[in-house]
Design a protein. Structure first.
Length: 310
């Protein structure tokens, strides 16, 4: 009966659109138990799947075969050419849905890793990673959810992906402001242009390079410049009520910068440890004044990724 704990993630981090992500100390948990298909007292066969969910927004989690955890579970066995076994999945929710914190990535990674452990771990981390990316469609959330830390993903030459771990300075603190409204990834992608200018491409290339060094050193000037972006944030800001007010408040309180976490609407500020509490308070006050209920959390980077207890 493996229990799989998977961290939330923040993706993009400014100029790192669809290629950069980091694991956070906020978790969803998935427990898998194999079921024997006995006949019930009423004489009907026991269902091969049982899913229960507890915690934040648990009432919105699908409990049939459309559940994303179970979809990933079945994908694993299809990859092996096997029929998935009857299973009970218990889900403990802490990562909010459709908020830009990688809830779908936790489900995909949890389902794949749970299936792998139940099968005696025939697949290594690299194979599971490729299955997860195929299910999610891009690597920026599932890779750090699986491996932990801050990860940059790039398409390879001789293989599909090259994954690079980036050093995240220990004094660099992520603060996430999670509003009480959702923003679908589909809607957030719909507002993006299909083409970009050469100037915008050069701008993001330079700023992503600077961000890598800024995350490693916690250099304030580098981070303030590096968190700028021209690929996705200018187009998505209008979808997030109170964005500019929260951004201004976070900077005034000492944050190096503020960005959209994933597709939003969660907003991510980076600060040093000394200013983190002030930034948290400022972001909460600013969004509340905009009429938005918000949960602001001071987190850390999860360095381990997915964890399993049997």
């Amino acid at each position: 009966m493996p229990t799989i704990r998977v961290p939330a993630t923040t993706a993009n981090i400014g100029p790192g659109f669809d290629c950069l992500g980091a694991a956070l100390t906020l978790y969803n948990q998935f427990k898998f138990t194999l079921r024997s298909l006995r006949v019930t007292r009423e004489g009907s066969p026991q269902e091969p799947l049982k899913i229960t969910a507890t915690g934040a927004e648990a009432d919105r989690v699908a409990t049939d075969d459309s559940n994303l955890v179970y979809q990933a579970f079945c994908k694993f066995f299809a990859h092996l050419g096997e029929t998935p076994p009857a299973v009970e999945i218990e889900i403990a929710m802490n990562v909010p849905l459709a908020r830009g914190l990688g809830s779908s990535a936790t489900a995909i990674v949890g389902g794949l890793v749970g299936a792998n452990v139940l099968s005696g771990s025939p697949l290594g981390q690299d194979e599971i990673m490729h299955l997860a990316i195929a299910l999610e469609g891009h690597p920026d959330n599932v890779v750090p959810a699986l491996m932990g830390g801050c990860r940059l993903a790039a398409s390879g030459i001789d293989r599909a992906w090259e994954i690079c771990e980036l050093n995240w300075h220990s004094d660099l603190v992520p603060i996430v402001a999670i509003p009480n409204f959702e923003l679908s990834t589909t809607e957030a992608r719909r507002v993006l242009p299909t083409d970009y200018s050469r100037a915008d491409a050069i701008f993001n290339t330079a700023h992503l390079g600077l961000l890598v060094r800024g995350l490693e050193t916690a250099n304030a000037d580098w981070l303030k410049a590096a968190l700028q972006d021209r690929i996705h944030q200018p187009y998505r800001q209008a979808l997030i009520r109170g964005y500019e007010a929260v951004r201004s408040a976070s900077l005034s309180a000492g944050a190096y910068g503020m960005v959209i976490s994933g597709a939003g609407p969660t907003l991510l500020a980076l600060s040093n440890g000394a200013q983190a509490k002030a930034v948290q308070t400022a972001m909460e006050k600013a969004w509340t004044q905009e009429g938005v209920s918000v949960d602001v959390k001071v987190l850390q980077i999860d360095r381990e990724g997915v964890r399993c207890e049997v």
